[in-house]
Design a binder for this molecule. Sequence first.
Ligand SMILES: Nc1ncnc2c1ncn2[C@@H]1O[C@H](COP(=O)(O)OP(=O)(O)O)[C@@H](O)[C@H]1O
Ligand SMILES: [Mg+2]
Length: 275
Amino acid sequence: MATNPAAAGDRLFLRARGIGKRFGAITALEDVDVDINRGEVLALLGDNGAGKSTFVKVLAGAHRQTEGTLTIDGQDQTFQSPQEAATAGIATIYQELALAENLSVAENVYLGREEVSRILGIPFLRKAAMRNRVNELLEELDAHIPDPSLPVGGLSGGQRQAVAICRALNLDAKLVIMDEPTAALAVAETRKVLSLVRTLADRGCAVVLISHNISDVFEVADRMVVFRRGHKIADKRREETTPEEIVAFITGAHPSLRANAQTDRQEINNNLHNR
Ligand SMILES: Nc1ncnc2c1ncn2[C@@H]1O[C@H](COP(=O)(O)OP(=O)(O)O)[C@@H](O)[C@H]1O
Ligand SMILES: [Mg+2]
């Protein structure tokens, strides 16, 4: 597929450049450059400890980077808190989802930002309006939740993901970050959540998906970024790579990485022989 630089520029939402993050003596991220585009599902892959969660926490305002810049819609941004990132349109759906079990679907979607009208100065929740809006969102996502007044406690894992996604959309999220959304789901539920992810991107949202499941990733992602030991080591469009190649990057077996390792070994040998 031919790339049109102008069109790609229009789609750019977030540009991360030279991102570094240290926790004391630990370097969790070093010199990471990533572009995140509207309408694109970007999969973030890597072994445990590679730096994936740290990176998305920097994007979400939960961590401050030690180095580097974030540019959103062309403006430099430094988030002091998750609230500031949310205001900039960045929503994170963590594995735990943070839903209130005893509240209804609609109440969860509106949690913390309920619509209120005042009659003679007395606040009233606009319950019908909120229910209608949630119904619209659920239908748009084709989420198969029949009744938004049902409590979340009785929903399946996939339906819960749908509620969390609705919540993000209701907050006008421009970038939705999902950390392992299908890790705990059965096959049919996983299919449903992947189709929700696709719908989000097709609506023009940027999506960052952290996943260990290579076949899920190849089903839904437009681009794949692999982290290894805090570095970005691959950034490939789906059509220019294969599951085998991505696995090789993740495990460190990819020839391009071996070449480096060989050079390292060579240097060590040379140093030893030159003593
Ligand atoms: N709050 C923290 N304090 C100290 N070290 C951390 C913290 N968070 C992450 N790390 C370290 O940073 C590295 C990257 O971790 P993380 O981003 O969680 O990786 P991943 O999500 O890819 O498994 C690991 O070595 C981890 O131990
Ligand atoms: Mg993690």
